[in-house]
Design a binder for this molecule. Structure first.
Ligand code: GLN
Length: 496
């Protein structure tokens, strides 16, 4: 029986499949069972494709029966954030606008995971159009943090983080425009990687802010993360921002050794707004790395304080343009009205939620003539300064280290009434997207019973070094082995 296996890592499950200790069908059914047990409370999934998943698993089991060589991800059940297109399976972006949108094509990541033999269990919840930091902006449901059901899971990829943390999928994919993989990974106690801009194809990812969006994996372990990145990274002619580069085998970097690795501690990431207990937890982690032989010293990224305003101008400007396509004419929601103009207006008024509208208005304003230079252009200049801060730091350091988020997960409603407070909580993640560099969040302890994450930032296309340091930290700590209790009693209490 596979029920006991759903908590295992992808690499452990692979061994079980290879040795025929479990079949992909049994495994898939066990995850579906788990979803039926915990998801009525957690609400990570927006769509579950049970029959399709079981049919896919049966295909893989036929290969296993014929003793064919099994790829690292073959037969492994997973979930996709609901902004990645899946042919024939609804892709809603957690918006009323796309409530009944069934894409006629796959995103490149969907294709690549399919080619790798993974089993799609379903599509997971998010903030509407990936705008938010708590998944509270979903049109459909509020996803709960499995560590405490009264707390948010982070966002915008909240469902993807919860699916992995609560054993509702062996791994998942999220997207990260300003922290949406790393922050929910930190809040839920799992591993989340935002790769370098251009490393993973965004073809078929419903666009939020095109110069910032990247897709990446959520996993239970650093090894699993490298395995999934192996499958999804690499040049794609269908995405004009995809970069031609020599993709390494990321598992080659999984060595338990940081001797001589130069780690910079940007002092701006430990100052104002950072919960002192979070800072303390991260400092304890830094000490672990020092004890393991890393060379650690302080550094400065002086333009960090301008990252939030620059990000919220650039991201909203790009969003206002990307979301112009939802007009009720071509696809998506259409409101009834007397005339065409009325139809456009009502479609957008009824189809988008309040946060999406706020951002479209802000972005349209920033791009309007007369304000373009003062806001949008200025923000782009600041973006260059932020990138230069990183370039300079990487002359002296191999990686930089910070808390992933300024606080642990917060309670439902705590920040949703105050958009600015929500935006400010992104201070430790948005600079990385502005610079286009990779960063990973790994479990690094607990504050008040909730997980916290440690973030490593690296040079462009140097995901390998991030995996090396993250793996070493993981092998010398036990945070990644701890699991939330989702007993009947806990689930019965619910979130509210
Ligand atoms: N929290 C950030 C925002 O609201 C980042 C979202 C994301 O990365 N998709 O824009």
């Amino acid at each position: 029986m596979a029920t006991g296996d759903i908590g295992k890592s992808v690499s452990e499950l692979h061994e079980l499949l290879v040795h025929k200790d479990v079949s992909s069908t049994e495994l898939t059914k066990a995850y579906i069972e788990r979803i039926k047990t915990v998801d009525p409370e957690l609400k990570a999934y927006l769509t579950v494709v049970e029959d399709r998943a079981i049919a896919q698993a049966a295909e893989i089991d036929r290969k296993i029966a014929q003793n064919e060589v099994l790829g690292a991800l073959e037969g492994i059940p997973m979930a996709l954030k609901d902004n990645m297109c899946t042919e024939g399976v609804r892709t809603s972006c957690a918006s009323k606008m796309l409530e009944s949108f069934i894409p006629p094509y796959n995103a490149t990541v969907t294709d690549r995971l399919q080619a790798a033999g993974t089993i799609l269990l379903g599509k997971v919840n998010m903030d509407e159009f990936a705008m938010g930091s708590s998944t509270e902006n979903s049109y459909f449901a509020k996803t709960c943090n499995p560590w405490n059901l009264e707390y948010v899971p982070g966002g915008s990829s909240g469902g993807a983080a919860v699916a992995v943390a609560a054993d509702e999928a062996a791994f998942s994919l999220g997207s990260d425009t300003g922290g949406s993989i790393r922050q929910p990974a930190a809040f839920c106690g799992v591993v989340g990687m935002k790769p370098t801009y251009g490393a993973v194809s965004r073809f078929g990812l419903i666009a939020f802010a095109s110069s910032l969006d990247q897709i990446g994996p959520f996993t239970k372990t650093v090894r699993d993360n490298a395995l999934v990145l192996n499958a999804i990274a690499g040049y794609d002619p269908m995405d004009s921002t995809s970069v031609v580069y020599e993709k390494p085998d990321y598992t080659k970097f999984l060595v338990n050794n940081v001797k001589g690795l130069r780690i910079g501690i940007p002092r701006e990431y430990y100052g104002e707004g950072i919960d002192p207990d979070v800072a303390k937890g991260i400092r304890a982690g830094i000490q672990t790395l020092i004890d393991l032989g890393a060379e650690v010293s302080e550094c400065s990224l002086p333009h960090t304080e301008y990252a939030i305003p620059a990000y919220y101008l650039i991201a909203t400007a790009e969003a206002s343009s990307n979301l112009a396509r939802y007009d009720g004419v071509r696809y998506g929601y259409r409101a009834e009205a007397e005339d065409v103009l009325g139809m456009f207006k009502s479609t957008r008024a009824e189809g988008f939620g309040p946060e999406v509208k706020r951002r479209i208005m802000l972005g349209t304003y920033a791009l309007s003539s007369g304000y373009y230079d003062a806001y949008y252009l200025k923000a782009q200049k600041v973006r260059t300064l932020i990138k230069q801060d990183f370039d300079k730091a990487f002359e002296k350091f191999d990686v930089l280290l910070s808390p992933t988020a300024p606080t642990p997960a917060f309670k439902f409603g705590e920040k949703s009434a105050n958009p600015l407070a929500m935006y400010l909580s992104d201070i430790t993640t948005v600079p990385i997207n502005l610079a286009g560099i990779p960063a990973i969040s790994i479990p690094a302890g607990f504050v008040g019973g909730m997980p916290i994450g440690m973030q490593f930032m690296g040079k462009a296309f140097d995901e390998g070094t991030l995996y090396r340091v993250a793996y070493t930290f993981e092998q010398n700590t036990n945070y990644h082995t701890l699991k939330p209790s989702l007993s009947k009693e806990v689930l019965a209490c619910g979130s509210r």
